[in-house]
Design a protein around this ligand. Structure first.
Ligand code: UDP
Length: 252
């Protein structure tokens, strides 16, 4: 179905194919799960289907509050039509609660609320293990302009505010998340829009009552029930209605 299309790029969890018209691409969500820079690998049956659906939902809601992003429409269980962008080689992480690398780096207990939401930038380079970088590095190496950094930070905080509310409304705490941005050129000008995906692969999501992890840490830390937890996130967001067969397998 998708194999005849020209592949533009293959990443760890997604494939980008040529789109039906100029300026578009098709984003295909695989079932592959990776962690620790690809050292740990598995196939989680149905993950791509769930992440396609969750990312569609989140991007659509963000578009509704004026956060422009690359999502155009979902095509099928595993694919969505997106705008082609020039990806900025940065991972923008927003944190509300200490977990993962900030907990290790700064010696903070996991679960400790941060004094305020904190934004971090990481340079996207697997060979270097995505090192954390500062605005100085970003502008010096021309990865993004100062204005673009300001735009990314403002958008990241809007996304954080909106998603924190969205998830807290369904009993989930948004601990942290990673987003990526891309440039769209319009004549001599370019602007920055949200790209990539927003899903339990790229967020830390904890049950608000029990602090149970409902995200990729279940895979990273071998906690089990990965797909069940992703499905629970989708179910709470109210987007599970047509998906139950996925979990029994067989949907590709
Ligand atoms: N994250 C991601 N992709 C990455 C690195 C991090 O989506 O390559 C997400 C991760 O799921 C978490 C947030 O960014 O929600 C912060 O991750 P952290 O820096 O704590 O890294 P990790 O614990 O994954 O090493």
């Amino acid at each position: 179905m998708t194999t005849r299309r020209k592949k533009i790029y293959e990443g760890k969890a997604k494939i980008l194919y040529e789109g039906p018209e100029p300026g578009t691409l098709i984003q295909y969500f695989k079932d592959d799960a990776t962690a620790f820079n690809g050292e740990k690998k598995a196939q989680l049956e149905g993950k791509g289907v769930i992440n396609n659906r969750i990312s569609e939902y989140v991007m659509t809601r963000l578009n509704g509050i004026g956060v422009q992003n690359h999502f155009i429409r979902r095509l099928n269980l595993r694919e969505q039509l997106i705008k082609e962008v020039e990806i900025i080689p940065l991972e923008v992480v927003v944190r509300n609660i200490a977990a993962g690398s900030i907990a290790t780096r700064l010696g903070l207990p996991e679960g400790q609320a941060l004094p305020r939401s904190i934004i971090e930038f990481y340079y996207k380079d697997d060979k270097l293990n995505d090192p954390m970088v500062s605005e100085e590095h970003i502008t010096a190496f021309n990865w993004a302009a100062t204005q673009e950094i300001d735009d990314m930070m403002a958008t990241a905080l809007r996304v954080n505010d909106y998603l924190s509310g969205l998830f807290s409304g369904v009993g989930i705490t948004l601990v942290d998340f990673k987003i990526e941005f891309g440039r769209i050129y319009e004549g001599d000008f370019s602007r920055i829009i949200l790209a990539d995906e927003i899903s339990p692969d790229s967020c830390r999501l904890w049950d608000s009552l029990t602090n149970e992890k409902l995200d990729k840490d279940r895979f990273r830390r071998d906690l089990g029930n990965v797909i069940e937890s992703y499905t629970e996130v989708a179910r709470r967001l109210g987007i599970m209605k047509e998906m139950p067969t996925v979990i029994q397998g067989g949907v590709h």
